[in-house]
Design a protein. Structure first.
Lengths: 137, 137
DNA sequence: AAAGAGCGTGCAATGGTATTGCAATTATAG
DNA sequence: CTATAATTGCAATACCATTGCACGCTCTTT
């Protein structure tokens, strides 16, 4: 997938070797990854660099950060095309309490919710914890 | 509210002076509080004690922990009667990005959600970020 | 092709918070 | 009143995110 380089460029990110590798790594993942997980896969690189790489990706809407309740932020590629500085895909996240993996259920849009008067929603986060399909065999 | 003492007893928690005070403090709050917030209100007591107090409350379902995406856990009293070791009230949480307060919208039950085959839900967390009614005047 | 500016990277250090171990104190039960 | 158990306070540990700084690379400009 030489694709990564193009995607970085399109998002206004200079496609360094490191960034391309990280992006490709993210593409290979079926579940969201922690910074530590990325670090373990790139032992030659520094944690800080990877940290900033992910942050850059996030700023440019290539990646979204997921809070799965473990206290450790996870990252996953955004499926949709970046929409001008807005993380637009509000989907469900599932955290498996058994294998500890966090998955994007991209198909499952978050239902619109009605709030009390005066409350203005800007972002919605929905997290389901339980047993994932893999652990449930 | 001498009520606190009874509630602790009913939950199987020994009602020490500290615990009663913390419980009363929680009752007075209109939004969820962080450990640090509790600590600031009880300067005479140790952070660890308060930490364990909240944890005890949580274990006994007097209090539920809220993850509002700030990375700092918040706590709020459970409204419902404790149901045998199960935190049963799945309600909405709202985090105001302006005043930084996190509120339980107890009235707003979380809609049931359909998951892909093989996924078994055990707990659901729904968090809305935006501007709260107080900041929106 | 060489000089310079700006960005990316690595290292070291800082800070904030949860969490645990242990000893002293306090409350409960016999 | 004594013994036992639970609670509390202090100190220490551990884990991350985050930042400052200096070096190196790349890209542009002349």
């Amino acid at each position: 997938m030489k694709n990564s380089e193009k995607q970085l460029r399109d998002s206004g990110i200079r496609p360094t070797a490191m960034r391309i590798l990280v992006h490709q790594f993210m593409q290979d993942q079926s579940s969201a990854v922690s910074l530590t997980a990325v670090e373990d896969n790139f032992e030659r690189s520094d944690r800080t660099t990877l940290y900033r790489t992910l942050k850059t990706f996030e700023d440019k809407c290539l990646v979204h950060q997921i809070d799965d309740g473990t206290g450790i932020p996870k990252y996953a590629l955004c499926k949709h095309d970046a929409v001008e500085g807005k993380h637009g895909d509000l989907h469900l996240h599932f955290h498996c309490t058994q294998c500890n993996q966090t998955t994007c259920l991209t198909e499952h849009r978050i239902p619109t919710i009605s709030l009390p008067d005066g409350f203005v929603p800007e972002d919605i986060n929905m997290l389901v914890k339980g047993i994932c399909d893999n652990c449930n065999l």
